[in-house]
Design a binder for this molecule. Structure first.
Ligand code: HEM
Length: 228
């Protein structure tokens, strides 16, 4: 234990400020502080875009606008928080891109049959893999592409006078379609990152995971980190 600012922080928390993929005091640092800040900025701006966008979309969700002070406020805020969401998503993309390269045995992860098997835990749990599995990499590229599609279609709706009616109609369609797919993906993501796989949320809060979590979910990464 080390005393900082009158509180106590253990060695793993201190290491997790700027190091990751290292073992400290029996725990493994998975996400250093910068990664956690970027991820939570993406999550926060996404939720703000969600609660300001859904009441604009349909009256069923109009009550959500009350959370930000009414529909007119939601309309004004939505494009700005969405641009902020895009900017932090791009930062997240470059921050994690090097860990997200598909290995030859992960090809074909985008296939619905493969994704379905992953969601049902039917894929081989003993497969070695790296820091992230194929499903996580697929999710990573999908949300980045989704963020780009949101931006382009959103800018067209924000400045409609510069575009023809057909382009405007298409942008609404794209924005709504991406939104529905995005929401489904995020619901699964939050479920997997919290209750479905205990010990995962801790990696984004505290920065660390247990040895058994790493060995179970990412055996290849566990071997690299522990050099076992
Ligand atoms: C709001 C609730 C959210 C929770 C509780 C959550 C939780 C987590 C956790 C625990 C991880 C670490 C997984 C690991 O280390 O293996 C993670 C990773 C990640 N998160 Fe989130 N997240 C949330 C929202 C979002 C949103 C809104 C996005 C994107 C728009 C996002 C994108 C990602 C990506 C790309 C990764 C890395 C790949 C992966 O692990 O799937 N997250 N998240």
């Amino acid at each position: 234990m080390t005393a900082i600012h009158g509180e106590h922080a253990d060695s793993a928390i201190l290491a997790a400020r700027n190091r990751e993929n290292v073992m400290v005091g029996g725990e493994i640092v998975r996400h250093r502080r910068a990664s956690r800040w970027i991820h939570w900025s993406v999550a926060t701006t996404f939720i703000l875009a969600l609660i300001t966008g859904m009441p604009i979309w349909t009256p069923i969700f109009r009550w959500m606008a009350n959370l930000v002070g009414g529909l007119e406020v939601a309309r004004v805020i939505h494009p700005y928080v969405s641009v902020a969401f895009f900017i932090v998503s791009v930062m997240q993309f470059f921050h994690w891109a090097s860990d997200m390269k598909f290995t030859p045995d992960e090809r074909g992860w985008w296939r619905p049959s493969k994704l379905w098997a992953y969601m049902r835990y039917e894929d081989d749990p003993a497969v070695e893999g790296g820091k992230y599995n194929g499903g996580q990499k697929f999710f990573f590229y999908s949300v980045t592409l989704g963020a780009l599609a949101f931006l382009v279609s959103g800018l067209i709706m924000w400045f409609p006078l510069g575009f023809s009616p057909i382009v405007r109609e298409l942008s609404i369609l794209v924005h709504d379609l991406v939104f529905i797919l995005f929401l489904i993906a995020i619901i699964f993501h939050v479920y997997l990152g919290t209750i479905a796989e205990p010990g995962t949320l801790r990696s984004m809060m505290r920065g660390t995971v247990t040895r058994s979590w790493a060995r179970l979910h990412h055996p290849g990464w566990f071997r690299q980190v522990t050099k076992s």
